[in-house]
Design a protein around this ligand. Structure first.
Ligand SMILES: [Zn+2]
Length: 418
């Protein structure tokens, strides 16, 4: 029950519907202004966006592909955020499809659902061979872009899906999964989540083994969703850069799912990258606070869970629709797409230009006004260049940084395996 929705209203849901209490995160560290990333902007942002390899590290369309057997990824839809025509319009070259099972589904049932979701991604690639190609390495992504195909990658969101078994983790790696988000909204048996009461003081001994095995397998360790202490433990253990696949900046929106400036500096030291999440309550403090207080949204959530039953895609789309409607009516503070640029800019100043990227949470969260779907992505390039970011800097943010991390993780695995 506590996890029928993906991002955004989850704290509210945890508190109100499941009766759980969530500790408030520490206040954000003071923002220090790093050296400005300013260079001469070339004339045409559209050309820069087209030339760049645009990578999105977190997308939940997999649920829609799995639950709605009539959903056609190659058709243009008026609902949701992702389909092939809108990815083409937005110049999106590579997408990590999320393999996500709610935290309260565990054991063999979670493993089986994860396998079914992986199959949904493989099937989408098989059905649309002219547009999609399965990718598991940075080289695959670069090759796909040169062939004008969209690279389909997979990230697993929630360590509970490995069912406390490194063998199962290795099986997922063989099927092409390329990152593991260590937790989802609740703690699992070996790692604490940012939206649950601390139980393990970060990572357990087995949790540290999972990180080492991910390093050995060449799978990225994803620290989105984990508790701050879990993040610190990961940095002690990992030998290669890690990612936050879909998190934003806590200095701007004080949500425990976001990263503090200190965490971003530590991530940069590790060589990792924060991929900015577009969920409205992670972007805007005003929206986050209003959402937590809103009784109307609670009633709507309750109705939604009855309407959708166990269909996670239905729940997510309904949730986004309800919250978007509330923003349109003014009962929830409206959030503009420009907030995404503010978070990218903040992360680039704090962590450095080599340590920020895009992790939309499309089809898993409520998008801000003006970023209704993937077709709107070129706006980010235009806005960043208007702020003075160079073409080279923008290319790093759009995809260069995450591809560099993938390469470092692949090389790290080769070193270990040798
Ligand atoms: Zn998430």
């Amino acid at each position: 029950m506590s996890c029928v929705v993906r991002e955004g209203a989850q704290l509210l849901t945890l508190i109100v519907l499941a009766g759980a209490s969530c500790t408030s995160p520490a206040p954000p560290a003071a923002t220090t202004r790093a050296s400005e990333t300013v260079a001469t902007a070339p004339a045409n942002p559209a050309d820069v966006h087209t030339r760049a390899i645009v990578v999105d590290s977190h997308d939940d369309t997999t649920q829609r592909m799995f639950f709605d057997k009539t959903f056609d990824l190659s058709a243009r839809h008026s609902t949701g955020n992702i389909d092939i025509p809108r990815m083409r319009d937005g110049g999106l070259d590579a997408l990590f499809f999320s393999i996500w099972v709610p935290s309260d589904v565990t054991g063999p049932v979670a493993v089986k659902r994860a396998l079914q979701l992986i199959d949904s991604v493989h099937e989408a690639v098989r059905r649309h061979p002219n547009d999609l190609v399965l990718a598991t390495t940075a080289a695959d992504v670069r090759r796909a872009a040169s062939e004008k195909k969209i690279a389909a990658l997979m990230g697993m969101e929630g360590g509970h899906m490995i069912d406390d078994d490194l063998g199962t983790l290795r099986d997922f790696a063989k099927l092409g999964v390329r990152y593991l988000t260590l937790t989802h909204f609740t703690n699992n048996n070996w790692a604490d989540s940012s939206t649950d009461k601390p139980k393990h003081n970060g990572l357990t001994g087995f949790g540290k083994e999972v990180v080492r095995e991910l390093n050995r397998l060449g799978m990225m360790v994803d620290i989105s969703h984990v508790a701050d202490k879990t993040f610190a433990d990961v940095l002690e253990v990992t030998t290669v850069p890690v990612i936050a696949s879909h998190s934003s900046c806590r200095a701007i929106a004080n949500h425990p799912r976001n990263m503090t400036d200190d965490m971003m500096r530590a991530l940069a030291k590790n060589g990792g990258v924060i991929m900015i999440n577009y969920e409205v309550s992670f972007l805007s403090e005003e929206n986050r606070l209003a959402g937590e207080k809103s009784g109307g949204v609670v009633a709507a959530l309750d109705k939604m869970s009855k309407t959708c039953g166990g269909d996670e895609a239905c729940s997510t789309l309904e949730m986004a629709r309800i919250r978007r409607e509330a923003m349109d009516k003014g009962t929830l503070p409206a959030v503009s797409w420009e907030k995404i640029v503010e978070h990218i800019d903040h992360a680039a100043k704090v962590a450095g230009i080599d340590h920020v990227g895009l992790g939309s949470d499309f089809d898993g969260a409520t998008m801000p006004i003006g970023m209704e779907d993937a077709s709107q992505l070129p706006k980010l390039t235009t806005a960043l260049m208007a702020k003075g970011y160079s073409a080279a800097d923008v290319e790093k943010i759009l995809g260069g940084n995450i591809l560099r991390v993938m390469e470092q993780v692949e090389q790290g695995a080769m070193r270990v395996q040798r």
